[in-house]
Design a protein around this ligand. Structure first.
Ligand code: MG
Length: 377
């Protein structure tokens, strides 16, 4: 095929040539709730990705906490930079497995779009506040945002995304109580695995930068120890910072390579030859080897005890939680103080859910100002 012939291929033809039999093809999409004509050169999943990138909920991820708030400086990840790391890792995995990268990118860029301000602290408080009307979960909120709350088109609410993207995000929500992610497309499973790889590496990196951990503590964890040994074999006389960055790089490489190798073996052994076979298989196919799975679990336990439960992080969480709870109570008593678009939804949706949607959409900065902690004081 000449470059000119390649350039004139439709996205259907490109996918037919490039993708593996178990990948999800645009041509087999179950479509959108509100049917739309095909775009001349963007595939349905590319359009989904673009709709997500242009949504206001996506832009707000820049000012939402991943683990550490903006008070802690500019080095560490925000919800947006985490999202971009997940998309980057997931696309790498997707390309080598010959999956649908456009679908993967759309899923990765939307996966955390439902997070409220203040990370999991915010999520816990909103879940408590809405206990009597169904609770709050960031994965479910993401579906609410893209089907209902984003207001961009005159013909319908939300972004009218393809059913594959919606059900992919939906399986993340349902997977909190059941094993539906095990019955999801490989593209969905890849994003889930990439999310886990990204936060294992970057939460440790951020915690070291912030001085919540020291390198020696992490070097006692086998996954870190092995990565550090490899880096030190290649480069001698590194200072602590260079070593840390080398380890993060090595860690990502080790985790991604192991995941790709292990997944490739599982797909071949099953054998899996269509997206329908992936779903019917009923077990997760995109998984690390058992050795790496154990080592990852060990690292995650360590991060849970030493980072997510660190007194500094817990103190921030409780302050942020109080601010959010105070606002929930205030707006519930005075819904007339909500902005106009929220007030319009009160009659149909009810006060608690409308207040919750409004608060969940806030960035950390806006929420702190609203709560009376001007400039984060
Ligand atoms: Mg995530």
């Amino acid at each position: 095929m000449t470059p000119n012939q390649a350039a004139s291929m439709t996205f259907y033809e490109r996918e037919a040539i490039l993708l593996a039999p178990f990948a999800m093809r645009s041509a087999d999409s179950a479509g959108r709730e509100h049917p739309e004509p095909l775009h001349p050169y963007r595939s349905p999943y590319q359009r989904d990705r673009d709709r997500i990138v242009h949504s206001s909920a996506y832009r707000r991820l820049a000012h939402k906490t991943q683990v550490f708030t903006g008070e802690k400086g500019d080095y560490h990840r925000t919800r947006l930079t985490h999202t971009l790391e997940v998309a980057s890792i997931a696309r790498t995995i997707g390309r080598v497995l010959r999956l649908n990268e456009d679908l993967i990118e759309a899923l990765a860029l939307m996966h955390d779009i439902g997070h409220p301000p203040f990370g999991h602290a915010g999520e816990d408080v909103l879940n408590e506040c809405t206990a009597e009307c169904g609770g709050f979960n960031h994965n479910q909120q993401a579906v609410r945002i893209v089907t209902l709350l984003e207001d961009r088109y005159p013909e319908f609410s939300g972004l009218n995304l393809t059913r594959e993207v919606l059900s992919g995000q939906g399986s993340r929500f349902k997977s909190d109580s059941t094993d539906t992610i095990e019955q999801s497309l490989l593209e969905v499973q890849v994003v889930d695995a990439a999310d886990s790889i990204a936060y294992d590496a970057h939460d440790a990196d951020d915690a070291l930068e912030l001085g919540l951990l020291d390198l020696d503590q992490l070097l006692a964890i086998p996954l870190w120890h092995d990565a550090a040994s490899r880096v030190q074999r290649e480069y001698t006389a590194l200072n602590a910072k260079q070593l840390r960055r080398g380890v993060i790089r090595q860690l990502l490489d080790t985790l991604v390579t192991d995941l790709v190798d292990s997944t490739t073996s599982r797909l071949a052994a099953a054998p899996i030859e269509s997206p329908a076979a992936v779903i019917a298989y009923g077990e997760r196919l995109v998984v690390p080897s058992s050795t790496v799975f154990e080592q990852k679990t060990q690292l995650e336990r360590f991060l849970f005890d030493h980072v997510y439960r660190h007194p500094t992080v817990l103190a921030e969480r409780s302050l942020a939680g109080e601010a959010l709870r105070g606002m929930f109570e205030r707006y519930s008593r005075h819904p007339e103080e909500l902005p106009q678009p929220s007030r319009e939804r009160l009659r149909q949706t009810g006060i608690p859910r409308v207040v919750c949607d409004y608060l969940a959409g806030m960035t950390d900065r806006f929420a702190l100002e609203e709560a009376g902690f001007k400039d984060g004081e």
